[in-house]
Design a protein around this ligand. Sequence first.
Ligand SMILES: Nc1ncnc2c1ncn2[C@@H]1O[C@H](COP(=O)(O)OP(=O)(O)OP(=O)(O)O)[C@@H](O)[C@H]1O
Length: 255
Amino acid sequence: MTIKITDIQFNYNQRRVLKGCSLIIERGNIYGLLGANGAGKTTLMKIIKGLLKPQNGDVEIDGRNTLAMTIEEISQKIATVSQDTNQVFPFSVLDMVTMGRNPHIKLFGKPIKEDYIKAEESLALVGGLYLKERIFNELSGGERQLVMIARALAQQTPYILFDEPTAHLDFTNQHVILKVIRDVVKKNNLGVLICMHDPNLVYQYCSHSVMIHEGQVLSKGLTKEVFNEGNLSYLYGTSTKISRIDNGLIYVSAK
Ligand SMILES: Nc1ncnc2c1ncn2[C@@H]1O[C@H](COP(=O)(O)OP(=O)(O)OP(=O)(O)O)[C@@H](O)[C@H]1O
């Protein structure tokens, strides 16, 4: 059970931003997606989700080419948590999380009791049940992010793509959320791709890493194997130092 991404090339207008990216997302693993600003990470995630069509290359989800799948079918397989959390309507938090159930609800159908129960369970999982009656638009950036993660969990898909899920979170909540993700990946055998800018968090939480440099895969594999000063220095265009810490962790810093 995998998402197989093969030789993706993508242009915005005439400008090529992805130049032949291939990777495999297997269930049971967390893949950290790393790269400098503008490297093409969000574009790649949009292609995996079927929101953008590549000029070349394929995405297969559990053996099916996404070109032959409807957006609803893809949404039953892949949930996404994006950076953009703006909402026009003043939905309650519970309504926002229940929307994650939409791919499981028939056209013109309404959520049933089970959907609300699943939404509450997902909120509880990220420690956000206390927010359920609040208006989503009135939450802080970090609280919104917790809610959006609960919504992705409520969608109950085998794969989840996270675009910088910790960007608005304080130090504690970064770790709370990444531990929640790690636990659900294990419990539900999910395949997860997480775009993150902090290599230290990637090292701590992602079993695998994919490094994207100017639209190409610079390196991919077990995080412990691809994390070295050469790769990180090239990836970010800055001289990078890795210090080893006692408990098996590392500290990546700019020299
Ligand atoms: N809608 C668009 N139209 C034209 N160019 C775009 C569009 N969206 C993104 N780009 C360009 O494509 C390139 C890759 O953008 P993308 O958002 O995928 O990068 P990223 O790796 O996610 O960056 P960041 O870490 O800054 O979020 C960038 O040069 C960006 O300016």
